[in-house]
Write a protein that binds this ligand. Sequence first.
Ligand code: SF4
Length: 761
Amino acid sequence: MTRTAIRTCPLCEATCGLAIELDGDRVVSVRGDGQDVFSAGYLCPKGALLGDLDADPDRLRTPRIRRDGDLVEASWEEAFDLVATRLSTVRAEHGNDAVAIYLGNPNAHTLAGQLYNRPLIKALATRNVHSASSVDQLPKHISCGLLFGDPLAIPVPDIDRTEMLVILGGNPRVSNGSLMTAPDLPGRLTELRRRGGRLVVIDPKRTRTAARADEHLAIRPGTDVLLLAAIARTVFTEDLVAIPGHLQDHVVGLDEVAQTLAPFTPAAAAPACGIDASTIQRMAHDLVRTDGACVYGRLGTTATDFGTTTSWLVDVVNLITGNLDVPGGAMFPRPAHHRGSRRPFRMNRWQSRVTGLPEAIGELPVAGLIDEIETPGDGQVRALLTVGGNPVASTPDSERLDAAIGSLNLVISVDPYINATSRHADVILPPPATLQRSHMDLSFAALSVRNVVNYSPPACALDPGQLDEWEILVSLAAIATGAPTPIDIDGADDVVAAQLAAGLVRDPAAATGDLDADALLQTVEHRRGPERLLDLLVRAGPYGDGFGAEPDGLTLAAIEARPHGIDLGPLTSRLPDALSTASGNIEVAAEAVLADLERARQRCEAAEPQGLVLIGRRHLRTNNSWSHNVAALTKGQDLCTLQVTPGDAEDAGLTDGDSVTVRSRIGSVTTTVEICEDLRQGVVSLPHGFGHDLAGVELAVACRGGGVNSNVLTDRHAVDPVSGNAVLNGIPVELTPAGAGDGADIPRIGRSATPPMRFGL
Ligand code: SF4
């Protein structure tokens, strides 16, 4: 007898509704939920294989601890006892900052990660907090923090109403969207063009998204900052500034910005970015004249050495062309949950001990982690806790990081797999399978192109004795505060709930009326774990029942009753109310960014770079480093090829299928050449997240699947100086036929390339 569970897919940002047919706990089939209020039946190959992911025989079901050098199965009690003993030793001997934490991208996709990592970090009381954000979107958070006062207030394309969408450095037909939650993005992009709208893609590669756009401009990698600066400069100098009416009295610093952008004439920017001046001017005119246009930037703009300034320019261009906070433009979602207190954004409150990289949103850039581990002195990192993260695969200079992590006194991993990082662990604490967990998207509701809320209860029960992921995290938090083992999980969870309730009562933006924290907790006393916290956040949120004050408002129970989701309507204008800056205005003249524009100006004037540069790429069937162990997804194909243009391949003496060694300043990898006509000349492309075949990794399919780790090539010292975000796009590289050695007779290109970029250190 089968049953159908309705759930939101947790695998990527698109948040598709799934209808999962189960026989007992075995997944029989996965279909798109045709009744889902947002995705209306859409799903991609990854969602269709959710059952394979959960059934993966390599997924750990019980904890592992290191005994006599081997990772052996252990009880939860043994595992937590070991954590408690070893963690307290490290902290007693070396201080709290000796413990670093790294949160991987999956934390944005789990309720436990979204709700229990913060208490865990607080309990660890360390400054060495790192996450996948700083190899991805940290520059966007910072630019929004500077402009709008809130690093989590990120405007997204109002894609269902826009008449012109300009995508820089993103490939949503393959990624299914990022920093833009929209199920069925391929369909939405098709619909945009069907209704007469224009899609412009700016990318060094004619990606799948670019191939189906009205216009593709093959920009030189890393120069989006110059293109956007020239567009903005055109708008200023031609007197085209069109601030939306409701924002005209709420923007400060425009004159200063106009002055700083003065040198960025289209003629000056054109040679550097490889897009001619007349096209730049036309884009500026089109953005101003189109009723509802939007510029959107993704990884090709953030993971570059101008990540923050480029991200800032995206929203400055949207603002001055009349497209910020208006229908069809870039708009701010209004999620159902209360998003936390809105104090004006501040950053650089502390810095990395060795590299001086700045803190932002309570974390330090992961590019500095190697030096924190390797460099002796007070505060040297001696222990690492990873939660759903594989920094050896995902962060710069991975071979050196691998060795550094191997030298630590203690490694703890909350992870379902023994991967490149957790193979170093002394303790591995595996979370349950996705279908054994409840789910609700908080992070992505705040990035959604339509206001929607949905909740998924667990579709399958936990195994006997198994802990839920939130129970693991709250136990670790309790251990970090010195609580004795075995941990009283419910008691620790009561502390988390009480802290949340107290915070809501203090927050004037939370709809708590005159109730005190105890009264709030009484209203949710029938719940525990994430559901208790969710109920508090929803009831205090913008559509909430205000704990009884608005009887028709949302509660978690009301959301649970609608398994296909609740549509809360299209995006609406939210400024100036949603601003959190000290002045209450959009503050465009951020000092750090204006100073960085001088560096951009110098880049404009620099000689045309020679040699090859490396960019990344996405694949529809994979998701960063954590989906390669599903055979039905990768289908045995070699997805980790080096794409090279025919001309560059010929120059290097390479043909399709050849084995090629790719060298950067940091390291080298050897992979297979795939001739690709779609790349800009001088650009090669390698996907990230591969290279699992390391001693000790227990990922049978991924190890067999081959591929190399692109982060062997990335330089931890090459960062965006404003944010410290790692530069993962535009890496200078050289190619040689594999096995050909370094001899002068070997055809090589890139030898005369400009020196590798080094910034900020
Ligand atoms: S697009 Fe993303 S959310 Fe939708 S089914 Fe695929 S992986 Fe899941």
